[in-house]
Design a protein around this ligand. Sequence first.
Ligand code: AMP
Ligand code: GLY
Length: 424
Amino acid sequence: MNILIVGSGGREHAIAMSVAKSSRADKIYCAPGNAGIGQIAECVPIGAMEFEKLAAFAKENNIDLTIIGMDDPLVGGVVDVFEAEGLRVFGPDKAAAILEGSKAFSKDLMKKYNIPTAAYETFDDPEKALEYLETAKMPIVLKADGLALGKGVLICKTLEEAKAGVKEIMLDKKFGSAGNHMVVEEFMTGREVSVLSFVDGKTIKIMSSAQDHKRAKDGDQGLNTGGMGTFSPSPFYTDEVDAFCREHIFQATVDAMAAEGRPFKGIIFFGLMLTEEGPKVLEYNARFGDPEAQVVLPRMKNDVLDVMEACIDGTLDQIDLQFEDNAAVCVVLASDGYPVSYEKGFEIRGLENFENHEGYYCFHAGTKLDDNGKIVTSGGRVLGITAKGADLKEARANAYKATEWVDFENKYMRHDIGKAIDEA
Ligand code: AMP
Ligand code: GLY
């Protein structure tokens, strides 16, 4: 099979590596890709939002399956464009991707179908939102309705902060048109767990759990980022939690989408909060997590192409999804200053250390080839260093060891990825 992957981050590198392992994969392309993906796939200079160009490329190059890694093209309807051309594509169509694309939609869906989530109100009038806040309990959570690069969430401790937040989201439009509508949500406490799943419209198969570290600095300090590191599985995702989620959340979500006339095919990523009252949904995503994919996919035993095709064909019930009985940790190497401002263009040294090292992976995110053929930094998150181990502690030790194999001038990482493992 000829495969086209759409995206350019560490997640897409992990997808490309899984695809490359499949005996069914022939030629692999990635649009637009990055320097690391370029070592296993041919990178094509087409942007992820250039739907017509992507579809034309898929036709001209006899692509048998296109895999969409990123949220923006999914929410924008890239799958509909491919399907209209009779092209096979993995991911939800626009009607289903709204599960991630609109927080108001997903909250209303959960309310309607009794799926546990934080209590909330939605607003499209800032005056009404401000009025509501006057009597609301603090802290409180404000969420811009649409996609905002994972940044449209404000946790406000006081009424003053919350009022300023409404202004930022709805009036100053800090997150653009995502702020035309806003969800105001009850603040929850507990541990967060990411659970990714494959879905074929009616059947759902759960992948191994993971936990992300969203804040930039050690001790969960600093600004929210795309994710600074992950581990899988989560020791807090116990059999009891799993049983609850299977009964009240996973299939219920798939059935709800089907009942709404929006059958979901692709990945549903459940962002869960394990509260004292039981697991609740924080958010849905319609794609693999980044850097969750970097710890989940290397542990998957199945041929990823078999599973993705089953999602498209509605035969996922026939797939026995299996994961290795081990653990993986990913530590993100970022450019110092991320997520605010940082320098780029620095040469990355030591990448060859990952060759012939079974169980160690160097997933590229913001990297590119410079004019001299050297691999240089080109973004905030630069590399995702993943290592497996027999258990989480071993995986963490291995991953941190491997972070020393590579170097670039403003290399920055958190030193406490997986610290929670010690508390399990
Ligand atoms: P989201 O994009 O909705 O997952 O929100 C980003 C992050 O904000 C989550 O990973 C949580 O850490 C935090 N968050 C979101 N909603 C809530 C909530 N209702 N209570 C507490 N924290 C939240
Ligand atoms: N790592 C969180 C996300 O991909 O949304």
